[in-house]
Design a protein around this ligand. Structure first.
Ligand SMILES: [Zn+2]
Ligand SMILES: [Zn+2]
Length: 147
């Protein structure tokens, strides 16, 4: 049986619930919140705590340093959320982030598992090798578990 996914939200540091969707964030989030560990957030990404607005009044429609990502333009931080993903899907799509956020047991298990396609297994093994090569940095401490 696969180990449970341990994943700490990149913004608030709380443990992501197993049964709720998570919200992968794009590079603009990382620029605005440079202390983020990884890019997979819990639903707190939609809260006022982390909110920012893309400045559409500037000549080019964005802040000068804005990292363009959103097709058709963007309004605020919510525009830069990749959309809700089930936890497993987010971890397998963004293993580099997930490793830094605490999901290494699950990723290691899946990378060796029989059900993973050769392509997926290879991608996970590559991410694991890079993470271990960097000294396997742990996610920051869990501040408080979700209810
Ligand atoms: Zn959070
Ligand atoms: Zn924007």
């Amino acid at each position: 049986m696969a180990p449970k996914i341990q994943l700490v939200c990149c913004l608030c540091g709380k443990k992501a619930p197993q049964t709720k969707d998570v919200l992968p964030l794009d590079a603009e989030w990382r620029r605005r919140h440079p202390r983020m560990t990884g890019t997979i957030a819990c639903e707190c990404a939609y809260s006022g705590r982390w909110y920012w607005r893309c400045d559409n009044n500037r000549a080019n429609g964005y802040d000068p340093e804005h990292i363009r990502k959103v097709p058709g333009g963007c309004i605020d931080s919510a525009s830069h959320v990749e959309g809700a993903h089930p936890l497993t899907a987010a971890v397998l799509r963004f293993p580099e982030s997930a490793l830094r956020q605490g999901a290494h047991e699950y990723i290691r298990h899946t990378a060796q598992g029989r059900w993973a396609s050769p392509e997926l297994a290879q991608r996970l093994q590559k991410a694991l090798a890079e993470w271990e090569g960097a000294g396997a940095p742990q996610a920051r401490q869990v501040t408080k578990a979700h209810r």
